[in-house]
Design a protein around this ligand. Structure first.
Ligand code: FAD
Length: 436
């Protein structure tokens, strides 16, 4: 039976009624009692923003049709349950790519808008919402609205990054990006510590459209924050034979001891040293460049039954490097190595959404196995550093931030709240607005 949970498998869910969105023109499905509803895409949000414990979710997998495409402009209209994977499958061969892509293609159009997702090209293209022309929204009062920067503009800005709380997005029109080849000209640069990361980032951000870094969270001293900086631009070259893409499932929920510090230390040392030279250039297919984790289906099972916490923040550039060093030192000292640590920079782009997460600065995403209270205490320590320099947390990745942290992370909350549909809620919303 399909499990409607979040990607981090935390918090566990005791009961959710599952309703189906049937077509863009249908009425909003609502429970017979007064339970609240929340749209559900592919459940790739890590925390509790995509679950509605004790209430109902609206499944969007039946909203899976393409509506129209203009090959002269790259404007695509599709129903909101269409996945980014389906868009890539149809439009890469026609010479078009997503305007912004997250680190997995198993995300729906509706989910991409509701979290106003960012990708490796934020410094060039801003968020996904910057490329949405308009969308359809169905509300619990029976209204079907078209929202755009000029039509129902308040709901347009509230729904982009609006955590699924303003209504059900039924379809959307987005602008695709032209490409000449499914391959990218890539450059991978080894950096020995965070100061070197900052230098590499300053040198390569102006040249490359797509940038992301993997960081080893187990080192100290002059190797603190060492890692690999991966940069790419879509190429005009191609290879005759596409590399074989094999997707293997992670077989079962792993025992909790598997991801211990020693294992992660050994893995990180091997991964950092897999590249012997300082810089490697190549021609890389878009799948391994954008979606390396998608080759292991259900990789979240490696954290076992208790699941894990993802922690992603953004901090301003001014004090960012100092704060990042403090965060990496705390992780190393705590022996809570993060298996995946992804560091990026966000550019100076205003996101259209009232609650959108990205803003200019460094952004770091970390994964920690759920050890209960000690993990929560440790994340509270990291919060002190993040908020101490005026940073914010990403709700799509969160399952534990306090109501105070949520308020600090969302300066436009008061403007957003009047747009919430009264029948919509989520586990995250009740937690951060103290309504549980
Ligand atoms: C491996 C991995 C890598 C990732 N990398 C990134 C990244 O680089 N950048 C980034 O920003 N995120 C990233 N994410 C997070 C992911 O992109 C977002 O959480 C995304 O929103 C998930 O989409 P979904 O379709 O699975 O939606 P869900 O997780 O099911 O739902 C997400 C939110 O969207 C709402 N929603 C879904 N459908 C609709 C609809 N039709 N109408 C209204 N609201 C709706 C839900 O109510 C919920 O609030 C990553 C996740 C994974 C697992």
């Amino acid at each position: 039976m399909k499990r409607y949970e979040s990607w981090g498998k935390y918090p566990p869910i005791s009961h959710q009624q599952v309703l189906q969105a049937l077509s863009p023109t249908s009425l909003l499905p609502l429970p017979e009692d007064d339970s609240s509803v929340l749209p559900y895409g592919l459940g790739r949000s890590y925390g509790d923003s995509c679950i509605n414990n004790g209430n109902a979710i609206i499944e969007t997998s039946a909203l899976s049709n393409f509506i129209s495409f203009d090959p002269s402009t790259g404007v695509l209209a599709a129903e909101s349950g269409v996945s980014l994977a389906s868009i890539l499958q149809v439009f890469i061969p026609r010479g078009w790519f997503l305007p912004v892509s997250p680190g997995t293609k198993f995300v729906t159009l509706g989910g991409a808008i509701a979290n106003d997702i960012h990708g490796k090209n934020h410094h060039r293209a801003g968020t996904f919402g910057c490329h949405v022309n308009k969308f359809g929204l169905v509300r619990s009062d029976g209204s079907h609205l078209t929202c755009s920067p000029t039509e129902n503009a308040g709901l347009f800005k509230a729904t982009i990054g609006g955590l699924g709380l303003t209504g059900l997005i039924t379809w959307a029109e987005i602008q695709l990006t032209p490409i000449k080849s499914p391959y990218l000209d890539t450059k991978t640069v080894k950096f020995r510590n965070l100061d070197e990361f900052v230098e590499v980032s300053k040198a390569l951000d102006p040249i490359y459209d797509y940038n992301v870094s993997w960081v080893d969270c187990t080192t100290e001293g002059d190797q603190l924050g060492r890692g690999l900086f991966m940069a790419g631009n879509f190429s005009s070259q191609t290879k005759n034979k596409k590399p074989a893409t094999i997707s293997l499932p992670f077989p079962c929920e792993a025992p909790t001891w598997l991801l211990n510090t020693y294992f992660i230390q050994a893995f990180n040392t091997l991964y950092y040293n897999k590249q012997l030279s300082h810089t490697v250039e190549g021609l890389t297919h878009y799948e391994p460049f954008f979606y390396p984790l998608d080759s292991i289906l259900h990789w979240n099972r490696m954290y076992g039954k208790r699941g894990f916490f993802q922690y992603q923040f953004v901090i301003p550039f001014e004090e960012g490097a100092r704060a990042l060093k403090e965060i990496f030192s705390r992780i190393t000292r705590s022996k809570r190595a993060s298996f995946l640590a992804v560091l990026k920079t966000f550019g100076n782009f205003q996101s259209p959404g009232m609650l959108s997460f990205p803003r200019e600065g460094f952004t770091l995403a970390l994964d920690f196995p759920n050890d209960g209270q000690p993990t929560l205490d440790f994340l509270n320590e990291l919060d002190t550093i993040v908020f101490g320099v005026g940073g914010s947390l990403y709700p799509a990745k969160d399952a534990r931030m306090s109501p105070e942290s949520f308020i600090k992370s969302h300066p436009r909350l008061a403007e957003f709240e009047p747009h919430i549909d009264p029948r919509f809620s989520s586990s995250l919303w009740r937690r951060v607005r103290r309504k549980e």
